[in-house]
Write a protein that binds this ligand. Structure first.
Ligand SMILES: [Zn+2]
Ligand SMILES: [Zn+2]
Length: 382
């Protein structure tokens, strides 16, 4: 059992601010030193308590995301303690943020609230002006310190900040990580009704959080298809009552087993959280006729697949919905959910291992191999 994340006193900054950096795609991460940015009015300096390592960081390491300026300090979901506030910064409730507050923040920054997507479609995840901490702010771009794998994070004016609710520990929040708000988004689209049968494809952090939220939404049956075995065991702890290993079964065997477990008709709702394009035609087939299929796992472009529009969609009255990332409302709701259901969902148990800044290469390898459920970077643990 890992020791819980606690609030240490700030590390000395005489050596500069240490950060783990991805120099370029495919190049091993290294620790570099940065000076503190000049504080602008409305900015916050956050002392990082913990930052997550997620599948997106593995994609960043391999250069599979477009528009990423390397070198990069990754870490898009982080929790920290406010070290400095420049001027007055208010949270969403209009309350001033102060030194010592323990907070998290929306990784997306700079959505413009004046483009067509922001104003008409109300889909800020598609705003062309959006930038993302730990993903599209480069390490060498001023003012710097824009990722969580660092001793400090510089939060630019306008960053959307959320206080950790009472009872939500830094451990619990970072264990939910970006998987929890992403799952909130998927579950909103899923529109689960009480008693519905819900199947999740994928047992990574997004899939595990989808299973937990399906259970909390009143699903009568929650199943998870995934791998490896340790993640399927975790899925049971998160609310699944049925699991199946995707690596030791054929699509036909899975189809038959899911039919057998769901009254012969198939799940009312299937949520794809696997990232494997091949999961999509399979998921269409697994969903019951006139059911709903949510695709949330295809965050990066992993290629094309063949679908039979007649069999997979038209004839079976399949409703397909997709979502990419999350917005402020999903992170806000995730915090409320973490506070309300922390006793029912063992989020902190998702943390498999903590890594210092020098160990992030190992963390990326462990996440990629599925050896850990959730890897957490603790910058001052070294
Ligand atoms: Zn916009
Ligand atoms: Zn992520």
């Amino acid at each position: 059992m890992p020791t819980p994340i606690t609030n240490h006193k700030p590390p000395t900054t005489s050596h500069g601010i240490r950060a783990a950096v991805l120099p370029a795609p495919g190049i091993a991460p290294e620790v570099r030193s940065y000076s503190l940015p000049e504080m602008e009015n409305g900015a916050i300096l956050l002392r990082t308590i913990a930052s997550e390592v997620c599948g997106t960081d593995v994609h960043l390491h391999h250069g599979r995301l477009a528009g990423v300026p390397y070198p990069l300090i990754p870490g898009h979901v982080s929790v920290g303690e406010i070290d400095q506030v420049c001027g007055t910064v208010l949270d969403v409730d209009g309350l001033p943020l102060q030194t010592g507050d323990v907070i998290t923040f929306l990784d997306v920054h700079g959505t413009c609230n004046s483009c067509w997507y922001c104003l008409v479609a109300k889909a800020t995840t598609r705003c062309p002006h959006r930038r993302v901490y730990g993903i599209t702010f480069g390490a060498d771009e001023s003012p710097g310190l824009s990722g969580g794998w660092a001793e400090y994070i510089y939060l630019r004016p306008g960053t959307k900040i959320i206080r950790l609710e009472p009872g939500v520990t830094p451990d619990a929040w970072i264990a939910g990580g970006c998987g929890l708000p992403t799952a909130v988004h998927a579950i909103e689209l899923a529109q689960i009704r009480l008693g519905d049968r819900v199947l999740v494809q994928g047992s990574g952090p997004v899939g595990l959080n989808c299973a937990a939220l399906a259970m909390l939404s009143g699903a009568g049956w929650v199943g998870v298809i995934g791998a490896p075995e340790n993640r399927l065991r975790t899925a049971k702890g998160m609310g699944a009552v049925w699991t199946m290993d995707v690596t030791t079964t054929t699509p036909e065997e899975r189809y038959r087993a899911v039919r057998d477990a769901t009254g012969g008709r198939g799940p009312d709702i299937v949520i794809e959280a696997s990232g494997n394009p091949l999961a999509v035609p399979e998921g269409c087939a697994l969903t019951r006729d006139a059911g709903r299929y949510i695709i949330v796992g295809q965050y990066t472009d992993n290629g094309s697949i063949e679908l039979n529009p007649h069999l997979h969609i038209n004839k079976k009255h399949l409703e397909i919905r997709g979502c990419w990332g999350s917005d402020f409302s999903h992170v806000y709701r995730a915090m409320q959910i973490a506070a309300r259901f922390g006793k029912q969902v063992p989020w902190p148990s998702l943390i498999s291992r903590r890594y210092g800044l020098e160990e992030v290469g190992q963390a990326l390898a462990d996440v990629e191999a599925g050896r850990v459920v959730k890897a957490v970077v603790v910058p001052d643990s070294a």
